[in-house]
Design a protein around this ligand. Structure first.
Ligand code: LRY
Length: 224
């Protein structure tokens, strides 16, 4: 197993992302958030966009998982070989990419993309939507699999919190590479529960780094 993946064992990885048009979408802001997360004990950062990757890499000492989103439909998480190469060049220690079997915008297959990136020294995290994606990703040689896209494609219904059923299935079917849990982990209790299922590490985004959504949770609670 690659050293950088080993370093993530049993760590909390904090996803620091602001979405298009949002006030916090600025590399310096995201780097400050990432630095705060590291100070709080995060053992890894996940982040989006070349400027954010670069700013965060220059700020934290924990491993950085980088991705580049293009749009928000279809294959949009690091959709092409070029996007992945740019994430590497920006300093990402690990590059996360869509690992579904949908056609990719550059016409390369996922297998070709992974083969080329590995030959260039990349460490790759497979953002999967279902168990079949995870199995395929493992067979293609990905270094990490994750249920990041569960509930965001037609493969699975979106669950309220983490997709425990899929996480359990991934952990019991994929034994040779780490399963990192990501997606709708909103409370420390949910993080504990997914950890108890045997995941390598847990990614938390919104519940730590997206004040707009967190505020709306409280506002909604006060209206009930
Ligand atoms: C589906 C998709 O595009 N997920 C993205 C992946 O990078 C992010 O928008 C997530 O918010 C982030 O990964 C953390 O997840 P959560 O906010 O659920 O803890």
């Amino acid at each position: 197993m690659k050293k950088v993946v080993e370093r993530l064992h049993h760590q909390l990885i904090v996803s620091c992302q602001a979405y298009p048009g949002e006030a916090m979408r600025h590399p310096e802001t995201m780097a400050q958030i990432a630095f705060s997360a590291q100070a709080g004990g995060a053992g890894g950062i996940r982040c989006q966009g070349l400027s954010d990757i670069s700013a965060i890499k220059g700020t934290v000492s924990v491993p950085v998982i980088g991705l580049w989103k293009e749009g928000d439909t279809g294959v949009y998480i690091t959709p092409t070989l070029r996007h992945a190469r740019c994430c590497m060049a920006a300093g990402a220690d690990i590059v996360a990419l869509d690992a579904t079997d949908r056609p990719r915008p550059d016409g390369l297959s996922l297998a070709e993309t992974v083969r080329i990136l590995h030959s260039e020294g990349a460490v790759l995290m497979a953002d999967c939507s279902c168990l079949d994606d995870a199995r395929r990703a493992r067979d293609l040689g990905f270094d990490i699999v994750s249920p990041t896209l569960a509930g965001y494609t037609e493969a699975r219904q979106k669950t309220d919190g983490p997709d425990y059923e899929l996480i359990e299935a991934m952990v019991s079917n994929i034994s040779d590479i780490p399963v990192i849990c990501e997606g709708r982990v909103h409370t420390p209790e949910q993080a504990q529960r997914v950890k108890s299922l045997g995941v390598w590490a847990v990614v938390v985004g919104t519940a730590i780094t997206h004040p707009q959504t967190i505020t709306s949770w409280f506002v909604q609670a006060l209206q009930e």
